[in-house]
Design a protein around this ligand. Structure first.
Ligand code: HSE
Length: 413
């Protein structure tokens, strides 16, 4: 069976490499024999590439090629990926993508389009790179009511935070190192501001809860405001700071979905996930907690997930794999405040410490003070009790003797 690859960057070239590297096993598992790349779409030239003869700069060459049954989209970005993918589905070709922006923003439309053309639109690689997580939610955990998902979904920010925690590097130096190592893009905004993690938690939440959760409706905080002081105070609480994507089912019509840095106790399942690794914890009402861990990015890990989807398309050439993904209704609500949480707070003292502590405890209840060697004398840091997030916010705002610098949720994972 023939396929085409659109976008010969890191992931696209990895797909071609994996198809070649494991061609014997892939041919056996596909049940239709060899899976062969017939055309590759890219505007760039790749002189000397072993696949040089397969390149085209014109999308129509792929669209009109009736031999091509499966199209892999690894171009990234929304346009023209959306138009190209839509045209391929309309032409009766299966599409496999690693493009999380495309799935998070246009998933409903594209799944409907695939349905009406009786083809597959698969996207295992869009979340967690090589980690199987989409198919487990869709299939292996299908017997559960999934109540909650929490994931370290972005490798770049996890690497930066790991360098801050383990090597005492500043955010700026850690970001520079991430760029040198090729993890972070030249423009790292989507990673460090949490947009990439947002797209991924939207996809997971949609699959788990069944209604499309659009990135625009999700409160998203990145890691740019985390300082080494926060890392040190939180270390005194035997915890680390990680960027999480979190989705909780509140009711059939209401979900909490957000991306935020969180304080996580050492020894918990997510605290030890370091470097560029990703992990996703899924809580089901029958299975309990399951955690998926591995390489969330990179050429071959991501290609591994793409090629698995290609094999699935080949096996299911004549039928469509159903995906439970409806559009959001007007009365479906995504909220961004937790009914209960504890928070870590770091603040400037505007009065004597004892007096400030007395005011804080009067307004928000008992606190656990944190300190470390070298802590600034005019700062205070503490962990609150668990309370309604709204009440906590109002109470914090009413404290006159401190000026809040950082507020970070404390998780219970
Ligand atoms: N920029 C992403 C990350 C790549 O760092 O996790 C994989 O989606």
């Amino acid at each position: 069976m023939y396929l085409a690859v659109m976008g010969y960057g890191t992931v696209g070239s990895g797909v071609v490499e994996v198809l070649n590297m494991n061609k014997t096993q892939i041919a056996q598992r596909s049940t239709v024999g060899k899976l062969e790349v017939k055309q590759i779409l890219d505007l760039r030239d790749f002189p000397g590439d072993p696949n040089e003869s397969k390149f085209t700069k014109d999308f129509k060459d792929i669209l009109s090629d009736e031999d091509i049954k499966i199209v892999v989209e690894t171009m990234g970005g929304l346009h023209p990926a959306f138009e190209f993918v839509s045209d391929c589905l309309k032409a009766g070709k299966h599409v496999v993508t690693s493009n999380k922006e495309l799935v998070a923003k246009k998933g409903y439309e594209l799944i409907e389009l695939a349905k009406s053309n009786n083809v597959n639109f698969l996207f295992e690689a869009a979340v967690g790179g090589g980690i199987p997580v989409i198919r487990p939610i869709e299939q292996c955990l299908a017997a559960n009511d999934i109540t909650e998902i929490a994931g370290i979904l972005n490798g770049t920010t996890n690497f930066i935070l790991t360098m801050m925690i383990e090597k005492n590097m500043t955010f700026d130096d850690a970001l520079k190192l991430a760029q040198e190592k090729g993890y972070a893009e030249k423009d790292p905004t989507a990673d460090i501001e949490g947009f990439d993690a947002c797209r991924k938690i939207c996809i997971l939440a949609t699959l788990a809860f069944g209604k499309h959760i659009y990135p625009e409706s999700v409160s998203t905080q990145g890691i740019t405001k985390i300082s080494l002081k926060d890392i040190a105070y939180v270390n005194a609480y035997d915890s680390v700071i990680k960027l999480l994507g979190v989705a909780k089912k509140i009711s059939d019509k209401k979900t909490f979905v957000a991306v935020y840095p969180a304080v996580i106790k050492n020894g918990s399942q997510l605290s030890s996930v370091s470097d560029v690794f990703n992990a996703v914890l899924i809580r089901g009402n029958a299975v309990g907690d399951v955690v998926f861990y591995g390489q969330g990015a990179g050429k071959l890990p991501t290609a591994s997930a793409v090629v698995a989807d290609v094999i699935d398309c080949a096996r299911n050439d004549e039928k469509r794999k159903p995906i439970f993904w409806e559009d959001a209704g007007e009365d479906d609500l995504v909220i961004s405040e937790l009914s209960e949480t504890a928070v870590y707070i770091r603040a400037k003292l505007k009065a004597e410490k004892d007096s400030a502590v007395a005011e804080i405890e009067e307004k928000i209840g008992r606190i656990e003070l944190l300190t470390y060697d070298g802590a600034e004398k005019d700062e205070i840091a503490f962990i609150t009790e668990r309370k309604s997030e709204k009440e906590l916010k109002d109470a914090i705002n009413s404290i006159g003797e401190i000026e809040t610098i950082s507020v970070i949720r404390v998780t219970d994972y």
